[in-house]
Design a protein around this ligand. Structure first.
Ligand code: UFG
Length: 331
């Protein structure tokens, strides 16, 4: 049985589908603060999925999972992930993302479970000193969200030394798109991410899409990011689990497409895929946005055998179907 914390959330739910497709049994642990019960219900219809509602900050909740199921490995997503909120309320991030993970790791050791795939982030690198960013790039996060995840990476290193806990840390760049059958998707409240915000403007849920600054030091003046498809990302988690099973070694991998797209590029792709004009305006920069982030993901390709296959057009198109399907309830 694979324990997926945060399996009712965006990346977690797509990874659950990928694991089910590989005939794995999954138990989801989620406090449903950001995850959705509807997502769990959908996943239960797809395959062998159990669900326990619980919170990482409460060790009894976690122990309940390990007492109820024979867990072979953990894929750990459950976390808060809003950069701006983490600056305003750092304690919330350290308590949940860092301290909550410590509870999880201690419980794993207690129950002799020693394999974990961890959802880390390119936010652990901070301001890029060079691009593309590889795994050797210095880690100097510029917000508590990134720090809360970096602390977990460091704890995992120490838990390997002390207890032989093997971890794969996956540092994602920007995640985009949805399940190609539109069963699960990106459903954040509030929504802050670029592609869903453009699409919400296109279908009339937000009036005008706002570009946060066009005076960056980039070719078109808007920020450049590396948008990796969520189904490709889910596949990387399965490969990481298999790597842990066969190699039993800790490691860290960037996950990105190695291709940078500017905000304006993405906006143009959305207009092209939807075949319609979308209202937009340029506003002030959003504080804390670096001009350019994109990955060197060569290590994941060579060691894990990961092959990101979907294009940015695929991501926009699946995300659009999801927005249309959920127009009436998805914020
Ligand atoms: N953007 C807009 N308008 C919007 C939303 C976003 O112009 O309505 C711009 C942002 O300014 C940024 C780019 O689009 O330049 C991407 O923004 P997102 O909010 O979609 O993603 P971020 O790059 O800010 O954040 C992502 C992850 C975080 C992670 C961070 C690391 O979502 O979890 O990368 O830098 F921490």
């Amino acid at each position: 049985m694979i324990l997926v914390t945060g399996g009712a959330g965006y990346i977690g739910s797509h990874t659950v589908i990928n694991l089910l497709n590989a005939n794995k049994k999954v138990v989801i642990f989620d406090n449903l603060e950001n995850g959705h019960l509807e997502t769990v219900e959908t996943l239960k219809k797809i395959g062998n999925v159990e669900f326990i509602k619980g919170d990482l900050r409460n060790i009894e909740d976690i122990e309940k999972v390990f007492k109820s199921y024979k867990i072979d490995a953990v894929v750990h997503f459950a976390a808060f992930a809003l950069v701006g909120e983490s600056v305003e309320n750092p304690g919330k991030y350290y308590r949940n993302n860092t301290f909550g993970t410590l509870n999880l790791l201690d419980t794993m050791i207690k129950f002799n479970v020693k394999k974990i795939v961890f959802s880390s982030t390119c936010a652990t690198y901070g301001e890029p000193q060079y691009t593309p960013i590889d795994e050797k790039h210095p880690q100097s996060p510029i917000n508590p969200y990134g720090t809360s995840k970096l602390m977990v990476e460091m704890i995992m290193r120490d838990y390997d030394r002390a207890y032989g806990l093997k971890s794969i840390k996956l540092r994602y760049f920007n995640v985009a798109g949805c399940d190609n059958q539109t069963r699960v998707g990106e459903w954040h409240e509030p929504e802050t991410h670029l592609i869903p915000n453009i699409l919400k403007s296109a279908i009339g849920k937000e009036k005008i899409f706002k570009i946060f600054g066009d005076d960056y030091d980039t070719p078109d003046g808007t920020c450049i990011r590396d948008y990796v498809n969520v189904e490709d990302l889910a596949q990387a988690h399965r490969l990481a689990l298999e790597y842990l099973e066969t190699e039993n070694k800790s490691d860290v991998f960037n996950l990105g497409t190695e291709k940078g797209d500017s905000v304006k590029n993405i906006f143009d792709v959305c207009e092209k895929v939807l075949n319609k004009k979308i209202a937009k305006e340029v506003v002030e920069r959003r504080p804390g946005d670096p001009a350019m982030l994109f990955a060197n993901a060569n290590k994941a390709k060579t060691i894990l055998g990961w092959k990101p296959a979907r294009t940015i057009e695929d991501s926009v198109s699946s995300a659009y179907k999801w927005e249309l399907k959920n127009k009436n309830f998805c914020n």
